[in-house]
Design a protein around this ligand. Structure first.
Ligand code: ATR
Length: 277
């Protein structure tokens, strides 16, 4: 009997996840036969739900808020980028039955910026707002683009300083509080705080964004987020949200699982047109 390869995204909440739709579009486009579902899994149930999924023959999982740290601990082995970010968004069964943990968020962000939006990060002064799990996952891949420097600003200053310390060996990274941003300028400002989810903004001084600078919110919504609106008020050359990153990180996970790289542009265009409708 033919069995279909099963994949899923775990998270809490998960109702509005676009991942099943994205992976089904990828599967259709590449002629891959697979099933991809969404499962509401609170943190305390993650271990048993993931074990049950893989024991029943599941091939791969995406893990989203609040499970990325738990998925990191769950994986038998980790890629270097997952190890550094201490967060895993993709679990994949290996040939020997062990579970590999990877983090495709940072790669997804960089691909969206560089390939989809033609933004060259070389020599850029980059500011990351937030020092939680979302910020942690993007620092390594951003540093690989040879920016001038990365500053991490966070409400809890100590977390930003600690996070910067973890990446010192990879490039020029420093941590600070929002008060320390007065009279500084950046070419790219990324919002990795969860403030957007409640339509809030960290306190940001005017003049923070350099001329022709770009703003990017890792979060996304049907309406422009508070940070995307801030970027537009600051005359950003582009003020983007994370829909492209979402599709790109999914494409990277799909490649890990299936060995096939889907085309992301038509999927991004479709999702964009749907939210504008
Ligand atoms: P995630 O995994 O999504 O990054 P997280 O680890 O809970 O979630 O981190 C949330 C980030 O958003 C943190 O950097 C948090 O700042 P603190 O470390 O000081 O808590 C930041 N954050 C959340 N709400 C915020 C707000 N209203 N203003 C500024 N920063 C906020």
């Amino acid at each position: 009997m033919m069995t279909i390869d099963r994949y899923a995204v775990f998270g809490h909440p998960i109702k509005h996840s676009k991942s099943p739709r994205i992976h089904r579009l990828f599967a259709e486009q590449t002629g891959q036969s697979l099933e991809y579902t969404a499962q509401d899994v609170p943190a305390e149930q993650f271990q048993s739900a993931a074990t049950a999924f893989f024991t029943a023959g599941g091939k791969g999982l995406n893990c989203t808020v609040p499970l990325k740290g738990l998925a990191w601990a769950f994986a038998d082995s980790k890629t270097e980028r997952a190890q550094l970010s201490q967060a895993v968004n993709t679990l994949a069964v290996q040939a020997d039955g062990s579970i590999l943990g990877d983090n495709t968020d940072g790669k997804g962000l960089v691909t969206d910026l560089t390939a989809n939006h033609a933004i060259d990060l070389t020599g850029n002064r980059i500011l990351i707002l937030g020092a939680g799990g979302a910020g942690r996952g993007i620092i390594g891949p951003l540093l690989e683009q040879a920016p001038h420097s990365i500053v991490i600003a966070n409400r809890t200053v100590e977390k930003a300083v600690d996070l910067a310390q973890a990446f010192h060996h990879k490039g020029v990274v420093s941590g600070c509080g929002f008060d320390d941003l007065q009279s500084r300028q950046f070419d790219l400002i990324l919002n990795a705080t969860s403030a957007s989810l409640s339509d809030q903004l960290p306190p940001l001084p005017d003049g923070l964004l350099a001329e022709n600078g770009v703003c990017y919110d890792l979060a996304y919504g049907n309406e422009p987020t508070a940070f995307v609106r801030w970027g537009l008020r600051q005359n950003a050359a582009k003020s983007l949200d994370g829909l492209g990153m979402l599709v790109e990180q999914a494409a990277e996970a799909f490649f890990i699982w299936r060995g096939v790289r889907p085309e992301t542009r038509p999927v991004i265009e479709l999702l964009n047109s749907e939210r504008q409708a």
